[in-house]
Design a protein around this ligand. Structure first.
Ligand code: ZN
Length: 327
């Protein structure tokens, strides 16, 4: 019987290591304690943040190029990892992104979701202190660094395309395949292959030109400050039941009712607001003028220059305001 004692000790140590890797969103494992175990979680450039639109710096960055986003992708895996729902692509080549604020190509690694107990909370970043019921993070790693695990060692290693959700009376058909997969991964550490081919573009909003961008971190331990964030302004609209389906996902401790980190101090960081100059040129013109004299596709790009055309639509009044308060 004596040999049992060391065996039990080894088992206990092993468990300690495993438990040591854990984090949660409540109590001793919650975000307030992450910094005790993961030093970077107490850093000065953490995510998420609140984006105050009066303090953003408006820019027109080079076009963002989304490559392979309209491909029909087979063999897409949906996994409950005990913290969130992950969507991973197994077949090569993976979609990629370049342009915008990015220097070089970033290759798709995985996408996942953050949500809340009810429809008033759930997103990680906030806009003017407004929360959204859910947020999608599409994670890409810089091609130069070859693997995601190598990329997180570099300050420009990752980019995350973040999308907010809001409620709609109608269901979003492209999300049916995701919500049907969720039913089969309610238990932690389970995985299924999606029934139908999957296209990134189908689950995204229409406007991919307007986004906020800033330097931040992973929003889960180890909270590495290696992320170029792009938060798209136009939310994705889902029916309430489609969001509710995510709240049925379980961790080892029960239903994951919320998995968003509270906002972190913005510190000395600047948030940039990218506006596509063509968009506003298009909206400024009345239809007759546009159809007779202009074509938006012929309008020249401005590279990194600031937008000089003042928008006239009611929707854009806030942007005019922003122009006066640029940092
Ligand atoms: Zn995330």
């Amino acid at each position: 019987m004596n040999y049992l004692a060391p065996l039990l000790l080894v088992f206990a140590l092993f468990q300690e290591i495993i438990v040591g890797e854990e984090f949660g969103y409540d109590g001793n494992l919650g975000p307030l304690h992450w910094g005790e175990r993961y030093q970077e979680c107490a850093g000065k450039h953490q995510s998420p943040i609140n984006i105050n639109v009066l303090h953003v710096k408006q820019v027109t960055l080079p076009d963002l190029e989304l490559i392979g986003f309209d491909d029909s992708i087979d063999n897409v895996h949906v996994t409950n990892n005990g913290h969130t729902v992950l969507i991973e692509v197994k077949n090569e080549p993976h979609p990629r992104v370049r342009g915008g604020p990015l220097d070089g190509d970033y290759i798709f690694s995985q996408m996942h979701f953050h949500w809340g107990d009810n429809d008033t909370i759930g997103s990680e970043d906030k806009i003017n202190h407004r929360s959204f019921p859910m947020e999608l993070h599409m994670v890409f790693f810089k091609e130069d660094y070859r693997t995601p695990s190598e990329a997180v060692k570099h300050s420009d290693g990752l980019t995350v395309l973040a999308f907010f959700y809001e409620l709609d009376r109608h269901e979003h058909p492209a999300y049916d395949d995701i919500t049907s997969a969720l039913v089969n991964v309610t238990e932690p550490h389970t995985s299924v292959v999606m029934d139908h081919p999957f296209s990134f573009l189908n689950i995204l909003p229409y406007d991919l030109k307007r986004y906020f961008t800033y330097r931040g971190s992973l929003t889960t331990p180890p909270c590495s400050e290696v992320v170029i964030w792009l938060d798209f302004e136009q939310p994705i609209r889902l029916e309430r039941e489609q969001i509710e389906a995510f709240r049925q996902i379980r961790s080892a401790h029960g239903k994951i009712t919320h998995n968003f980190r509270p906002i972190q101090p913005i510190g000395d960081r600047v948030v940039f607001y990218n506006v596509d100059s063509n968009y506003y040129v298009y909206n400024e013109l009345d239809e007759t003028e546009w159809t007779t004299t202009h074509s938006p596709s012929k309008k020249k790009k401005h590279g990194n220059s600031a937008v000089t055309t003042l928008p006239t639509t009611l929707h854009s009044l806030s942007l005019i305001f922003v122009l006066f308060i640029v940092l």
